[in-house]
Ligand binder design. Structure first.
Ligand code: ATP
Ligand code: MG
Length: 422
């Protein structure tokens, strides 16, 4: 006791807000020193930087909010990202552990690194780069295992998710961070982290779909047999609902957003048909808008979001829609868990259930020491990253952190590690 731990910084880049946690790993426990968020003020759209100077300022404000007396702010951070500009690809890596079956050897970190390095050998179009790599399943001599480290084996195989992205977008984000004296330690993929944020580890075994519906994007991740087997981001989210209210009801954006948050529902059945709300329009005039009309506009857009998701799942083979419109799912046994700010919309789960023909739940954050203003599914990926770190510390029986964290997953980190260790 009394020994200083490892102070860490996690920053989640969303389209509506940037959030962060300043924490410390000490005596194999996680201590949270501070957590906060700052609206992006339109410096990010669909995960991409669109106003660099503004973003620098937003990050600076967030870092100031996170400052805690007596805790030195780290100069590197785990950065959570997502967006249609990123392309996740599944790849396989293999490493030989020993030459002969008679003389099997134990799997060491270097073997895991070698297999991951091999998984990274994918064709990259010009202007794209590998952003991170996430091992989703390990096989020792053909048998799936949870953690291969220390196991006797002849051959190790890893199924990995290789996240690739447009280099210029990544550099722009890094510029905004560097301007604030923050280097990227690793990139973490939001759909994976949001899964850790809200999914019950038991449910990962049987097949479950996570949908994080944010402002500009909807992230999906499917887990089966404790492995990530599919992930995709679609460019639609809560902002489309707001903009529909703007278009149909001729409102200012900020009024439409307010109406959505205060009176919005995707379930017209739950609304009093005669109820109206007074909205101030230009020049101080007031107008009465029917609550039912609002609910119908919202319901239509929410249906579109789930239909778009359904199409993606259909193309990937997880959903089959017959000619008469019956929806069958394949491999998503438990159902859907919703996260993201838009999942707080009343009635959303009925639409989800209807379109995907699956049980649908609103996700609850698993991390249990969260300040009340951040205890919402909008922060699923941020707190999921903390949950993920925690499991890495706790689940490792030999006291070595899982290579997922020991090896810096950010490509440069991986290279540095290889250089200094082999
Ligand atoms: N109670 C609520 N009811 C309906 N919508 C809500 C509610 N609270 C937040 N939202 C919507 O959630 C969206 C923001 O969600 P979230 O914070 O998850 O997005 P983000 O992570 O910043 O963005 P993205 O994931 O698209 O990059 C906004 O469109 C906002 O209007
Ligand atoms: Mg988000």
């Amino acid at each position: 006791m009394g020994k200083r731990g490892d102070v860490f910084l996690v920053i989640d880049i969303g389209s509506s807000k940037i959030s962060g946690v300043l924490g410390e790993i000490k005596d194999r426990e996680i201590i949270i020193h501070s957590s906060d968020y700052e609206p992006t003020h339109e410096s990010i759209t669909a995960g991409k930087v669109i106003d660099l100077e503004k973003l620098k300022h937003v990050i600076s404000t967030l870092l100031n909010k996170l400052k805690v007396k007596g805790v030195k702010m780290p100069h590197e951070a785990s950065i959570l990202i997502s967006g249609p500009y990123l392309e996740p690809r599944f790849s396989k890596g293999i490493a030989s552990i020993s030459q002969t079956t008679q003389k099997s050897q134990a799997v060491e970190t270097k073997h895991i690194l070698n297999a991951l390095e091999q998984a990274k050998q994918i064709h990259l179009p010009k202007g794209k780069e590998i952003v991170s790599i996430f091992p989703s399943a390990y096989y020792v001599d053909g048998e799936k295992v949870k953690r291969p480290y220390g196991m006797l084996a002849v051959r190790l195989e890893i199924d990995a998710l290789v996240l690739t992205g447009t280099s210029t977008h990544i550099r722009n984000l890094e510029m905004a961070l560097l301007a604030n004296n923050v280097k990227v330690k690793e990139y973490l993929y939001q759909p994976i982290m949001a899964s850790f944020g809200v999914l019950d580890p038991e449910d990962l075994k049987t097949g479950i779909l996570l949908m994080d519906i944010g402002k500009d994007t909807t992230d999906m991740a499917i887990w089966q047999d404790e492995s990530l087997i599919f992930t995709k981001t679609i460019p639609t989210g809560g902002e489309d609902i707001t903009l529909d209210l703007v278009d149909v009801l001729h409102l200012r954006r900020k009024d439409a957003e307010k109406i959505k948050l205060e009176h919005g529902t995707a379930d017209p059945e739950s609304v009093d048909k005669h109820a109206k709300i007074a909205v101030e329009i230009y020049e101080g005039e007031k107008r009465g808008i029917s609550k039912l009309e609002i609910a119908e506009i919202i319901e239509a857009r929410v249906e579109d979001i789930f239909l778009e998701a359904r199409n993606v799942l259909q193309r990937a083979g997880f959903i089959n829609v017959t000619r008469d419109g019956t929806v069958y799912t394949n491999g998503i046994s438990v159902g859907v868990v919703l996260a993201g700010g838009t999942s707080m919309l009343p009635g959303i789960k009925y639409v989800c259930k209807r379109i995907l023909n699956l049980p649908c739940l609103k996700g609850k954050l698993r991390w249990n020491k969260i300040p009340s203003e951040m205890k919402t599914p909008a922060f699923a990926s941020l707190w999921g990253a903390i949950e993920y770190k925690y499991r890495q510390i706790k689940e490792d029986p030999i006291g070595e952190f899982d290579p997922r964290s020991r090896v810096k997953l950010w490509v440069q980190g991986l290279k540095d590690f290889l250089k200094s260790n082999f």
